[in-house]
Design a protein around this ligand. Structure first.
Ligand SMILES: [Fe+2]
Ligand SMILES: [Fe+2]
Length: 298
């Protein structure tokens, strides 16, 4: 019996189209960017609305200088998050590029691996040039409870969620005329490549889930939903960066972090940020509902 991946003509057509686009859109990242010596220190490096304190009393208390400093370090946090997230997802895709069962997407995996390596480079370059460091991040829980089919599904579902969450920021900042051109360019270029990865990821995740549903019971499928919702919380938490708060010189960063994470306005922002990937998960039957876990549950 053919697997869902092998039996899907639609998937093959999408892979052909996305593969051609990867070839046509190919660029040399090492020549593409202009890296000015310094970025303007009197301009925000991160859109105001994306700063993790936005919508809370702590945000209103910032003076202009503090806001500029916070935007600078939150932008370094965002690109650091990308560097680490990409490395983790690359490991998973490299492990599967010639794995039996993934013959159809193998060629697209090659494009994906090449593009992600380049993304990791330009995000790291931004951090090193303008922050003089890459923030460390805790490793994502990669040991997935379950068999190979569950693990394969969860790996690609996680990659998709990560890419969609990052893409919300990329699309927003690419469009924000108040930001320095270098910031907009990095976000614009990443957003363009990611639209292919996300289109691919949605198809692959749907097919892997169709396989999973054939062999798993209700309880196991509920476990998969819970795992992915915990992963969403893990991603959301990464934006409340203690390192960035400390480098921005906020007074009592721990207290600030606890207060903003409790603020109901932040829940509203987070729901907006993950609206698209969560609706996809609901529409494809992977999530029973669009409810997120409470932050304390993680
Ligand atoms: Fe990327
Ligand atoms: Fe990607």
């Amino acid at each position: 019996m053919k697997t869902a991946i092998e039996g899907s003509d639609r998937f093959r057509e999408i892979l052909d189209r996305l593969g051609r686009m990867s070839i046509d859109d190919y660029y040399n990242p090492y020549r593409m960017f202009e890296w000015p010596e310094e970025l303007p220190s009197d301009q925000l490096w991160m859109s105001k609305e994306l700063i993790s304190l936005h919508g809370t009393p702590a945000f209103d208390e910032l003076d202009r200088e503090q806001l500029l400093r916070l935007a600078r370090w939150e932008s370094v946090n965002f690109y650091s998050l990308n560097v680490h997230g990409i490395r983790e997802l690359l490991i998973e895709v490299v492990n599967r590029v010639h794995m039996p069962g993934f013959e159809a997407p193998s060629e697209f995996f090659h494009h994906f691996i090449g593009e992600e390596n380049e993304h990791m480079w330009f995000f790291a370059e931004f951090c090193r040039r303008y922050g003089k460091k890459i923030y460390p991040f805790p490793r994502v829980k990669t040991t997935v409870p379950g068999d190979e089919a569950t693990e394969n599904f969860l790996v690609f579902a996680r990659i998709l969620l990560f890419e969609e969450i990052v893409d919300y920021y990329n699309a927003y900042m690419a469009d924000d005329a108040t930001l320095p051109e270098t910031v907009r360019q990095v976000n614009r270029i990443h957003h363009r490549d990611e639209s292919r990865h996300i289109a691919f990821g949605r198809e692959l995740v749907s097919l892997l889930y169709a396989e999973l549903k054939r062999t798993k019971n209700e309880e196991e499928l509920a476990g998969v939903e819970r795992y992915l919702k915990e992963y969403i919380q893990f991603c959301l938490h990464s934006f409340y960066s203690l390192n960035a708060y400390e480098d921005a010189g906020l007074e009592d960063p721990l207290a600030v972090r606890a207060a903003v994470m409790r603020d109901p306005n932040r829940r509203a922002f987070e729901r907006r940020m993950v609206r698209k990937p969560v609706s996809f998960m609901v529409k494809s039957g992977i999530f029973k509902d669009a409810e997120l876990l409470a932050p304390a549950a993680v």
